[in-house]
Design a protein around this ligand. Sequence first.
Ligand code: URA
Length: 434
Amino acid sequence: MLMTDIIAKKRDKIELDEKEIGFFISGAADGSIPDYQLSALLMAIYLNGMTENETVYMTLHMARSGDMLDLSALGDKTVDKHSTGGVGDKTTLVCAPIAAALGCTVAKMSGRGLGHTGGTVDKFESITGYKTSITTEEFLSTAEKFGLCITGHSKNFTPADSKLYSLRDVTATVESIPLIASSIMSKKIAAGAKNILLDVKYGNGAFMKDAASAEILAGEMIKIGNNLGRNTRALITDMNIPLGRAVGNSVEVKEAVDILNGHGDKRLTELCIALAANMYSLCFKCDIEDAKLKARRVIDDGTAFKKLCQSVSALGGDCDLLTGKRDFPAADGSIDIYAECNGYISDIDSMTVGKASGTAGAGRETADEKIDYSAGIILHKTYGDKVTKGEKIATVMGKRQKISDAALLLESAFSYSGKRPPEKPVVYKMIERI
Ligand code: URA
C-alpha cells in the first residue's frame, strides 16, 4: 500500500477503507511514515472531513496502536468520564467517588495537563504520596476493592494519537471535528470502560466556543462510542465562567473535598451531581432525577467522601490532607484583588482566569515542565455576586516573582454592571442517541 495513494484518495474526497486507515495509523505509531506525508493527510482530512465509518476505524486503530486495558474482570458497571477541558474543572474528583459510592466501578486513567492549569492527574499528584504510575494489577485490584481508582496513563498509551496530535498542533489541523472526536475517543476505548460519559464544554474557557459546535462534537463522539460497543452519553455544559471558586491544583482538591462534604459552590455542585447521576444511570439504566437524589444522599451520608479517602490511601496518598488534619503546603506568596466599583460581577472571563493561574505557576507550557501545586486562584466572589468598591474578590497564589503578573491578568478578567446579570445554567443539554 502506498501512502501517496491514501493522501490522493482523501484529497479527492473518496472514502478510505479500514485497511488504508489501519496502514497510516500503524505507520504513525511505529514511525515508518514520514511526518510530511502524515501532515498532508491530516490537512486533507481537515479540509474534506471524514465519514462515520472512517472516523470509527480511525478511532479503533488509534486505540489499538498501544496498550488496551481489559476491564472485563470488573463487571459491566465500569464507567469512564471525560471532560473536553475547562478552567477550574475538578469535577472528576467529585463525581467519580459519588459514582463509586453508588455502586459503579470507576477505573480511570487520566492525563496530565498541558496549558494553563493541571489535569486530573496533576491535581491528584498535589496530594503528597499519591502514586499516578502503578501496575495494571494494582490498578485493577484497587478498582475492584473500592470501586474507584484514578491514575496516570501507561507510557505506551495510544501512541498513534500522540504522534498525530503533535503534528496537528504544528500544521493548523487541531480544529477538525472528526480528528478531535477520534483522538478523544481512542483514549476512552483503550481505557476499557463499558460506559462512557462525556462532558463537552462550550464557552470562552473551552475548546468549543459555542453550544452548537459542542453538540456537533458530542454527536460525533457518541456515534463512535456506540459503534464500538460502549454506552456513550454526553452532557453539554457551560464554560463561560470558571467552575467553582478554585483554579489550580491543591486548591482544587480542597474545593472538591468541600463539595463532597456538602458545602461547596452551588453551581459546581449541581454540575458534579449531574455528572455522577449520569454515570450511575448509564450503568444502572435508571431515571436521571432518581439518580440525582441518590447522588445527593451519598454526599449527605459521607459515603462518597469516604470512597475518595479510601482510594487515595490505597494509592499512597496522605488522606490527612483531605480530612483537614494536615494542611497542603502553602504557596510562596499571595496577592488579593479588590472590586473596582460598586455593582454586580457581570462576567469572569474563564480563559483569562486560566491564563492567570498558569502565570502563577499552576500549569505547564511543555510536557516536562514542573507544576507548582500550591499555585492558583481563589474566587471569593463570583458571577452575579453584589460587591462594593474595594471589597476583596479574589486571591492569586504562587511564587513571589510570578504573582504580580498573574494578579494583573486576574484583575482584567472581572467585569461589573449596575444590574444583576442573568443566571447561567451550567448544564445545557444531555445527548445520548444521534
Ligand atoms: N483533546 C484530545 O485528546 N484530542 C484532541 O484532538 C483535542 C482535545
